[in-house]
Write a protein that binds this ligand. Structure first.
Ligand code: TGC
Ligand code: FAD
Length: 387
């Protein structure tokens, strides 16, 4: 009998050939074009912007959307793209998540024809970069409390307030910004160069270092009404975007975990201690078996999520359960891999600690671990325990 692969339950056997092709193309891009750059980017705290157009050429940006130059791939292929990007680095997957799920999706779903035509082809091809501003300094888990306010005037809108911890902010050509108005929460497109709009970078991160993060400041920014996303009518529209991105993270985190298991397995087979390979010790095997088991269960969960998404019946609480648990699995796997690598594990020459540090952010953003536990709790009990 052949040895079992890392994909223990052979879930990949259930994927359509075109989805497998998307996966292998993405994996090759990450291996050949991103990985040679990642250590330098991580150390310097930069993102390899030169790869953005290449990602566009490969159809990796907004890949789940139809039209406007988007690839229109299946939910499985979209998930596999996220997984392969995050096998490289969570920062790379973050870039694609934000661009596709948090910027292109709302323009595609809630934008006017003019907004779609102006932005979607450029965002899909990587000729423009977007960011998504929901979180504020005093309103992270509870975005409903946001203070950013857009006041209607004869000319359009005047926007005041701030957003923080925004992925891609320092490099974004356009920001999808959620603000309160007298009519409720609405989405707006704020373009770089708008007077009163600034996007300073947040420095000194110890996590997601190969990703650019910043704040958004709005000081009496004048926006024409044409910059309001006309299909938005409340916080629900912002939460719908989060559902798209969280779906991608439920898949993506598995890529980081797989890379950690690969690294730990290879290391444990080759590292001799007490005259035999680490992999031959029962305690090490228990760790490896636990990692592989959790990873296999995470894959089953992601594959089922894709089927529900394609069927159009995916519920936000199902996404919450999958995002929370798959990220937890990935974080535990990365920490265990780091442990198996001993002192070498803390070096950037290896991958486990980079993934582990990244996954601390992934566990917090797009709804913290605890917020998703509470979403599932609310679904089970009918009682909201957020407040
Ligand atoms: P609540 O009353 O529960 O809901 C308001 C309306 O929205 C609906 N809804 C959703 N719809 C789609 N998807 C979801 N996930 C949804 N969650 C709720 C809900 O049915 C309701 O609809 P209706 O028709 O009844 O009006 O709203 P709430 O204010 O009580 O919020 C609940 C809570 C805490 C779950 C929500 O605020 C939340 O998810 N908080 C977490 C905030 C968060 O995740 N922020 C993420 C910011 S973006 C980011 O982190 C990007 S990281 C980027 C990267 O990858 O680099
Ligand atoms: P808080 O809400 O202050 O939570 C702190 C702690 O309290 C957490 O453990 C939380 O689980 C817990 N907690 C909060 N409320 C409850 C409760 N009701 N019951 C029990 N426990 C609770 N945001 C964007 O809008 N766009 C982006 O592009 C973006 N990118 C990000 C990139 C990075 C690298 C990071 C780290 C964050 C990013 N965020 C972004 C922000 C992210 O979404 C928020 O950090 C997240 O929603 C949590 O908010 P907070 O940091 O204010 O934590």
């Amino acid at each position: 009998m052949e040895p079992l692969p890392a994909d223990f339950f052979r879930i990949e056997d259930t994927f359509a050939p075109e989805d497998v092709l998307v996966q292998s193309t993405t994996r090759r891009f990450v291996r050949e074009e991103f990985l040679p750059r990642v250590q330098e980017c991580y150390e310097a705290g930069t993102f390899p912007l030169e790869l953005v157009r290449r990602m566009g050429d490969l159809g990796l940006l907004g890949s789940q959307l139809e039209g406007y130059g988007c690839a229109g791939v299946s939910s499985t292929a979209y998930g596999l793209i996220m997984k392969e990007l995050e096998r490289g680095d969570s920062g790379l997957r973050s870039f694609a998540s934000v661009q596709g799920a948090l910027v292109m999706y709302p323009i595609h779903s809630f934008g006017s024809d003019a907004q779609k035509n102006a932005w979607l082809p450029r965002l899909a091809s990587g000729h423009a970069v977007g960011c998504f501003g929901l979180t504020e300094p005093d309103f992270g888990s509870n975005p409903a409390g946001m203070k950013t306010f857009a006041t209607r005037t004869a000319e359009g809108w005047v926007l005041n307030g701030s957003k923080t911890w925004i992925t891609n902010a320092p490099i974004a050509d356009v920001a999808v910004v959620w603000a309160k108005t007298d009519e409720g929460i609405r989405g707006f497109l704020v373009e770089r160069g708008t007077p009163g709009f600034s996007t300073p970078e947040i420095k000194h991160k110890l996590s997601l270092r190969a990703s650019l993060t910043g704040s958004l400041y709005f000081d009496n920014c004048l926006l024409p009404d044409a910059n309001r996303l006309p299909g938005t009518s409340g916080l629900k529209n912002a939460l719908m975007c989060l559902s798209q991105a969280r779906y991608g993270i439920a898949w993506g985190a598995l890529g980081a975990a797989e890379d950690c298991l690969d690294e730990a397995l290879g290391y444990a087979k080759n590292r001799i201690m007490f005259d035999k390979p680490l992999a031959g010790f029962q305690l090490v095997q228990a760790k490896l078996a636990h990692m592989a088991t959790q990873l296999a269960l995470g894959h089953l969960c992601a594959a089922r999520l894709a089927a529900l998404k394609d069927a159009g019946t995916l519920h936000p609480a199902q996404i919450s359960m999958a995002k929370q648990n798959n990220v937890k699995i990935a974080l535990e796997t990365a920490r265990t891999a780091r442990d198996i690598l001993g002192a070498n594990g803390i070096s950037l020459e290896h991958r486990a600690m980079r993934h582990s540090c990244n996954l601390e952010s992934v566990s917090t953003y797009e709804g913290t671990n605890d917020i998703h536990v509470l979403v599932v709790g609310q679904q089970l009990t009918g009682l909201a325990a957020f407040q």
